[in-house]
Write a protein that binds this ligand. Structure first.
Ligand SMILES: Cc1cc2nc3c(=O)[nH]c(=O)nc-3n(C[C@H](O)[C@H](O)[C@H](O)COP(=O)(O)OP(=O)(O)OC[C@H]3O[C@@H](n4cnc5c(N)ncnc54)[C@H](O)[C@@H]3O)c2cc1C
Length: 472
């Protein structure tokens, strides 16, 4: 029997794909530099089917790669060694809404935003809000420990996961966490969150729900320079205010928004800062006064404060549509993800511009400024000879600089295949050995999402195919 027929016996014939077109669609994610085609894609509908698929793969020595919506930006869902992609596309059910205990249980393929939409009627939401939230899945958010604009105040995904059902890479099924905060023993759920699918496949999870804020004030401020905007970020936080969100967009993004959607901002604006304060009405008003005063003191050209929910949504358009708008500028975008102490933002953004210029590349920035979480977006046409190498080199220099300034090579997009080699900038060989041993406890045969996160994995180097050399 063929692999396709074997898998069809587990999930049904209509839930397996192996056509050339399907293999190409599933050969990577939103990180455009590396591709590798799977042999088959399977679409299980529950934990039992996922466990059977994994047991089949182990018995036949076939690598397998979990996949949510494929919006990952570091190559995590790319099936580096081929094998089977296990897609959670059909696992989208909400299993329980528990308003009294402010929690919700769902299958891992549910889109992030659907969770908040389902509980809005109870005055609740799921706080992690990656900008991809209308499509990216709960399982992908857990695997990447995703952040988002509002994680400045509410914290990243790990703070909002109470328990998870995990199919281990040998096919055993375990429940981690008890559905209530805390718990005795080693925090294995904490190890799984952020492990990018290398410790198993999350099939269900119970998430913490957070009350919707009683009051929200949203401000869009235009600045004459990126430096003024970044100094404003540090100024607001130094003044004792932690807004719910503080997002920065530079001139490159504004140009893309003009081209794509005809959105207009002050002509001489070099950067926009979107700042949102939320909470109880009195504290929000107090915080808002500080925000407006800081913006004006730092030379803002214009400060718009939303007067209605509709206006608030229109101010968020710049942030939400920024990456999409960049599609107008060039066919390919690599979105980098580094972190620095926020006081270093002014220096770092100048360094990003210099590094891009030295490589002859165009860059635009839109990012979670309050967290110091940079997203330099390098846009280019991959058909230009030699440009991919320049993009990779510029990205590495930017991330090296982040580490030099006391930061990290990733804030929220994970390591995937993109940044494995850069981990040596942050960890000693002994540190990496401890991480490799921890991973091996969950994934001893390395069949589960191989060649991800940790450098120097056996048998992986030759499979790292660059750009168009992707034929399997
Ligand atoms: C326009 C855009 C905006 C974005 N904005 C943000 C942002 O604001 N914040 C942020 O953090 N990220 C952001 N991202 C990155 C991405 O959306 C997140 O990393 C998201 O969490 C990935 O979810 P996904 O369902 O697409 O996962 P995929 O891309 O399918 O997979 C990501 C990783 O998770 C693993 N995985 C997927 N499902 C499971 C599962 N059920 N069990 C175990 N492992 C699994 C995969 O193997 C892979 O390693 C953005 C991406 C885009 C394209």
């Amino acid at each position: 029997m063929s692999l396709r027929e074997d898998l069809a016996r587990i999930v049904g014939a209509d839930a397996v794909r192996d056509s050339e077109a399907a293999r190409q669609v599933y050969d990577g994610d939103a990180y455009p530099i590396e591709r590798s085609k799977p042999l088959c894609i399977a679409f299980p509908k529950n934990t039992d089917q996922v466990a059977q698929l994994v047991r089949y793969c182990v018995a036949h020595d076939v690598p397998f790669t979990p996949r949510g919506a494929g919006t990952g930006l570091s190559g995590g869902a790319m099936p580096a060694l081929g094998g089977v992609v296990v897609s959670t596309k059909r696992m989208t059910a909400i299993l329980e809404i528990d308003v009294a205990n402010r929690r919700l249980r769902a299958q891992s393929g549910i889109a992030n935003k659907r969770i908040s939409d389902a509980v809005a009627q109870f005055g609740l939401h799921f706080a992690p809000d990656p900008s991809s939230q209308s499509v990216s899945t709960l399982g992908g958010n857990i695997a990447e420990n995703a952040g988002g604009p509002h994680t400045l105040k509410y914290g990243v995904t790990v703070r909002h996961i109470l328990s998870a059902t995990l199919v281990l890479p040998d096919g055993d099924v375990v429940e981690l966490g008890r559905g209530v905060p805390g718990g005795p023993g080693l925090d294995l759920l904490g190890v799984v969150v952020g492990s990018e699918g290398t410790t198993g496949i999350v099939t269900e999870a119970t998430v913490r729900l957070t009350p919707l804020p009683a009051a929200v004030r949203t401000t869009l401020a235009a600045f004459p320079s990126v430096r003024a905007a970044t100094e404003c970020v540090a100024g607001i936080i130094s003044a004792g205010v932690i807004p719910a969100a503080m997002e920065l967009m530079d001139r490159g993004i504004l140009g893309a928004l003009r081209a794509a959607f005809g959105l207009t901002y002050p002509e001489d604006a070099a950067a926009l800062l979107l700042i949102e304060c939320d909470g109880l009405p009195e504290s929000v008003e107090r915080e808002q006064a500080v925000v407006e005063a800081e913006c004006r003191e730092r030379g803002a050209l214009e400060v718009r404060v939303a007067q209605s929910e509709a206006e608030r949504q229109s101010l968020w358009v710049a942030r939400k549509k920024g990456i999409g708008a960049m599609g107008r500028l060039a066919p390919t975008i690599v979105t980098h993800d580094g972190v620095i102490p926020r006081s270093q933002l002014p220096q770092m953004l100048e360094d990003v511009a210099e590094i891009a210029a030295a490589h002859g590349l165009s860059v635009a920035n839109l990012f979670h400024a309050g967290d110091g979480n940079l997203h330099p977006c390098i846009y280019f046409d991959e058909r230009e000879p030699g440009i991919v190498e320049r993009v990779i080199s510029a990205g590495e220099q930017i991330l090296r600089k982040c580490v030099e300034l006391g930061g990290s090579v990733s804030g929220e997009h994970g390591i995937g295949v993109e940044k494995m080699d850069l981990l040596t900038l942050m960890f000693s060989p002994d540190d990496l050995e401890v991480q490799a041993r921890t991973k091996a406890i969950f994934n001893p045969g390395s069949l589960g999402n191989p060649c991800k996160i940790l450098p120097n994995q056996k048998g992986c180097h030759e499979h790292r195919m660059r750009w168009r050399g992707a034929a399997t």
